[in-house]
Design a protein around this ligand. Sequence first.
Ligand SMILES: Cc1ncc(COP(=O)(O)O)c(C=O)c1O
Length: 434
Amino acid sequence: MAEHGQAGAVADPIAGSPVYPGGSRVNERGHLEIAGCDVVELAEEFGTPAYIYAEADMRARARAYRSAFESSRGGYEVLFASKSLPCTAAYRLFAEEGLSVDVASGGELHMALQAGFDPARIHMHGNNKSDEEILFAARSGVGHLILDSFDEIERCERLLEAPQDVLIRVTPGIKPSTHTYVQTGQLDSKFGFGLEDGLAAKAIERVLASDLLNLTGLHAHIGSQIFELEPYTLAIRALGELAGGWCRIVNVGGGLGIAYTAEDEPPSVEAYAEVKLRGVAEVFGEDVRVLVEPGRSLVGNAGVTAYRVGTVKEIPSIRTYVAVDGGMSDNLRPMLYGSRYEALIADRAAESAGSPATIAGMHCESGDIIVRDAMLASPAVGDVLVTPATGAYGYAMASNYNGVPRPPVLFCRDGDARVVVRRETYEDLTARDV
Ligand SMILES: Cc1ncc(COP(=O)(O)O)c(C=O)c1O
């Protein structure tokens, strides 16, 4: 019986959900559909586990970011924080959408270049860049190196063969309410130069005196999965004490939170952009170029993971474990941060959830629990189980723990699915052994 609307119409719990990719729905067969693709059929065709993305949704999010920052008088760049989904198809997609990119290692730089990113739109992070990485970045012609330590400043001066535009990463002493592992703006941090201890001011003085390092601005990323906007304003105000005529660019980081579950209500991209643009204009002036580095909010809700249920174990009066064919090797976030996810049986996507079940992975760890007490519709062996909002930092942090080949990445559009990263094979697992 439908809960809303006319009698006979089935309520669709997926359409319009902020947790699932835009355009997702329950189809006529009662299956979860993403970008026009039936997820039960995708599981059959491509196997499980699989990361499934809605391409149009990623593009829409990139466009929303660009239009939200368009009013910046001094100009803007939206950088795809590629650590969130480091595969060439994603780099290529965001390059096509006119985004720039933030890379945090030589490997990410390699992928961005392979995908055809204009080097001038690549900005290189890292709290411990190696000599090789610095040279690779500089010789590739990256837009900026983001300097993170005095050792790196010295290393750059020793290595660089030509002047290089740089930003200085500052830890402005602001702690947003998020998991401590993803707070990065506090003084006690491995990243950047502190404000309170005066090291940021010293770094600026040092770099301004350099012939090879061309300081164009400042960078601050205070953390991830942030739902409040006030900490950004505070961070920008704090940076203001370093402002000078040389500061033509302010990179205000990423960090906008996303809905992992229906209870999460993150601010809109528009509200986030407004706060960052207003903050920079007030503190640094209207003509400063604003850079922003979203990762999670570009790809997190654009992707889901599909698993196959292998066992259902009921422990009377205790709990029911539903074990799937993946786990901490494809989504480390629940174990690393205690992150909550939703789950759904894709075969019966419109059915109301019955009783709680704990979704366990297949790894040799009791802590390999993907969702504790998920509400599922009568889970059974052979069902396709989906966890939404796994588009960011899932594939990125995947491992071969227990010799598990990493899942493929599928991009779906208008009912067609294409493999953009193939599933690993057992041969891949021994390919590097010598
Ligand atoms: C320097 C920097 N910029 C941007 C990001 C992206 O953050 P988010 O995915 O929360 O937007 C991160 C995440 O770790 C980061 O460290």
